[in-house]
Every structure is written in C-alpha cells, then in structure tokens.
Design a protein around this ligand. Sequence first.
Ligand code: GLA
Length: 391
Amino acid sequence: MTDPQEERVDIVQAFVDEFGRDPHVIGRGPGRIDLIGGHTDYNDGFVFPIALERHVAMAAAPRDDRTLRVYSLNFDGRTEMPLDALEKAPDALWMDYISGVAHFLQQRDVELCGMDAVVWGNVPVAAGLSSSAAIEVATAITFQGLTGFEMDPVDMALLCQRAENEFVGMNCGIMDQFIAILGRKGHALLIDCRSLEYELVPIPADGHKFVICDTRVPRELVDSEYNTRRAQCEEAVRLLQQRLPEIKALRDVTVADLEAHGSLLPEQVRKRARHVVTENQRVLDTVGALKRGDLAGVGHLLTESHASHKCDYEVTVPALDIISETAVDVDGALGARMAGAGFGGCAIALVREEAIPAFREELIRRYRRDIGHDPELYVCEAEDGARVERL
Ligand code: GLA
C-alpha cells in the first residue's frame, strides 16, 4: 500500500469492516531521516532532518463513551483502553504511543472523546526511521481532527516527545517529533534544539538524490547504549564546568574549549564530547553548503559525520560502515552516514542520479560478501509533516 489512493481505500475499508461505520478523519504522521546531526538534539544542539513519504495513518471516528478502541493492521492486534485510566498495554507496545499522547493531551486540559481507530503504517519498525514519532504525531493530529482543539505545532511536538519519554519510557530528544510535525515537502529542516527555532532549507533538485540504505540489521542495545551516551555527555558538561562555569550543555562548548580543557575528561567521555561538538558544526556547515549548492561539500560532511559516529561516539556497526565506505569508493556517490540512533537501522547517502544503480550494485556485492544478506535502498524525497484529512 504505497499508492496514497489505494491506502486511503484500504484503511477506510478496514475501518468499516472493523467498526461497521465510516471513519470521520484520517490523520497521518511521517517517518523521518536525519541528513546530519546525530546525537546532538539532547545536547541542546542542531539537527537537520527531513520528513518522509513513509508514514503511519490513523482512520478514526468519535465514540459516545470514553473508550479508545484501536485495531492495528500491521500487528493484527486489537486493544481497548479507557480514557480515564490510561496505562501501558500488557501485550501491545504500539498502543502505548497512542495512550501516551492521549494522556498528555488530557493533562493539558484538552477535552478528548472516546475513539474507534484503525492504524496502519509503512515506516519500518526498529529501522531508525522513527516509526514511534510517526504514530505519536498521527495520534495527536487525529485527535485534533476529531475534537478541533488548538495547539501550537512546536507544543504538539514537545507533547509527543513527553509521551515517549514519560509514558513509553524511551528517553529520546526532540528531533523526531519536531520534524514529523513541521517537515515540508522539498525541504530539510534546521532545528535549534535549545531555542526550538527552525528554518526550512530547500533541497536543490539538480540530479542528485538522497538515498536511504536500510541495513536490515535489527537494532540491538539501542536503548541502553543511548542512555549511556546521554549520561556521558552530561558527565562531560559537569567536568568541563570546573573551567567553563557558564556552559549548560555540549552545545556551548567549542573545539578550542575541548582542546584546552579536554584533559579534565576521561578518554571515552572526551571522545563522546568531541563527536557532539564537531557534529554541531557539521550541521551548520551542511546547511551552508546546501544553500550554496555545494553538494560535493555536503557529501564530504556526511562522510566526516559517519567517521565521528564510528570512532568517537561508537554507535555504528559494520553494516553501516560499509555504506559510508561504498559511498566514498563509487564514482558519483558523494558521501553517506548512519542516521538515527545507530546500532543498525538506516544510513543516508547522497548520490548522483545516474550513479544510483552502480552504487546499489556495489553495495549489494559488499553486503553479500561481508554481511550475508542484501540491504534495501530507496530514493527519498522530503515530504510534508503530519496532516489530517476530513472524510
Ligand atoms: C533517536 C532519538 C532522537 C535522536 C537520535 C540520534 O532517533 O529518538 O531524539 O537523539 O536518536 O540523533
């Protein structure tokens, strides 16, 4: 179901089959990929993601009582939850994202109604494209479509992040929910994760494409390693504050600061800090290069970003490293880096359009030799953020 018309018919039909009536709205929340800016969001830094065509769709209609009844097409699972006693579902993790958003909407005094809903998505789960933010923002926008409450889009992103942090229990930053709401077709979004100011930057259409390379390696350890990295970044700030009392986050630290005071930090913590500090600068440099149309410069920054994730932040795996190496070796490929949290999932490559088949072929050759299965590649276009359709 990638054809939008076909998807609409199918999800509406599934709703009619399940609930014996018509849905009133379909809310959609997209997946995302970060072009650059890895592990900078929770350090008050900069990120530069795009919203994807792949998304989670929720067809819904209000109920007279205060029950949420949800059918997940992907998991072929049904769950009910009372709006007045929302808690984690014992055997349906996907429902927790929905309940979490409903919980925090109510906590902000938004008057919700009970709802019947069918959920379907084509953002691969655990592939680093943030299917979790996609379902959160699809939920928020669907409730908005049903009840008409007003909310600033940045506040809505913060609320969805809170649902993930405090209800689901994953300590993510703000990037995924922010881009899933505020993304725009044909644009990447520079987000300042401290001030929450943002700027849409057009992606030049000049014969180059961003290509998503899914390692199809399931992400492992990602939650525990993610939390360890966050703790190491906080430790770096605490130690550096001895000499730099004005800093509040690694966002405030420069490369020169690290050179001058890096000896205060244990080796591993110093490497983590160096990744974040240099990655923040690479985000700003990438935005500059993209605005100038310097795609070779963008490709080079992607390659540098990957190396920093590999050597300093240590969140890559061989299946991700091969993609970055191949993008250096194949003519017409300009660069590639791991995206998302790492430990598997996807990478993003910048490739001249005519060179995509050669890049794909070489990548498959190396994967068959070293990994034992094929990666999945698809050209990605930047799409609009969350939207709701009234039926
Ligand atoms: C995950 C988190 C994001 C961000 C990335 C790494 O996707 O959800 O908030 O921290 O990892 O950049």
